[in-house]
Design a protein around this ligand. Structure first.
Ligand code: 4NP
Length: 176
């Protein structure tokens, strides 16, 4: 979650939520990477981009220091982000709900209302080759700094593919 003044609501089709377990490592990195990619593509002003965790342990806290350092080295600023927990209302506000791993996805499916008409899936599915067996962004919390570099590599690759997909989807809907 980024703290800022209240702006007019953005339609769900242009709203993207990245979800992990704690909202202090992977999903804040995905939020920051995707925001930068969208800015560079001139799309950021059309989008609402956020992140959340399925757990509540880190609500209100800044991202993990290791995620901030790894992100900053590649030009992503996570300093203003604060942890929040996924809420049932997120399924009304966001069309695109992208989970980092299968456990996150299973938890989200448990919260998903029957009338949710958006896309709930794994972020890396957008970058998958047809034979890709592992579509997860692995949890780096209990590992070393190299885990955060891997997370960034996977997220940068997958968000590029997702941005292309979203761009095409919005053009198809006549929203760009
Ligand atoms: P994240 O990583 O889901 O990528 O934010 C974790 C952060 C905290 C914990 C686990 C994973 N934790 O157990 O507190």
């Amino acid at each position: 979650m980024i703290v800022r003044f209240r702006a007019p609501p953005v339609p769900p089709e242009r709203s993207v939520l990245f979800v992990c377990l704690g909202n202090i490592c992977r999903s804040p990195l995905a939020e920051a990477v995707f925001r930068k990619r969208a800015q560079d593509a001139g799309l950021a002003q059309h989008l609402h981009i956020d992140s959340a965790g399925t757990g509540n342990w880190h609500v209100g806290r800044p991202p993990d220091r290791r995620a901030q350092v790894a992100g900053q080295r590649r030009g992503y600023d996570l300093s203003k982000l604060r942890g929040r927990q996924v809420a049932p209302e997120d399924f009304a506000r966001f069309h695109w709900i992208l989970a980092m791993d299968q456990g996150n996805l299973d938890d989200l499916r448990g919260l998903q209302p029957a009338n949710f008409a958006g896309h709930l899936g794994l972020l890396r599915a957008f970058a998958a080759k047809s034979d890709a067996a592992d579509l997860e962004v692995p949890d780096p919390y209990y590992g070393g700094p190299e885990g955060f570099e891997l997370v960034l590599d996977l997220i940068e690759h997958a968000t590029d593919h997702f941005l292309d997909h979203l761009h095409a989807d919005l053009r198809r809907r006549g929203q760009l």
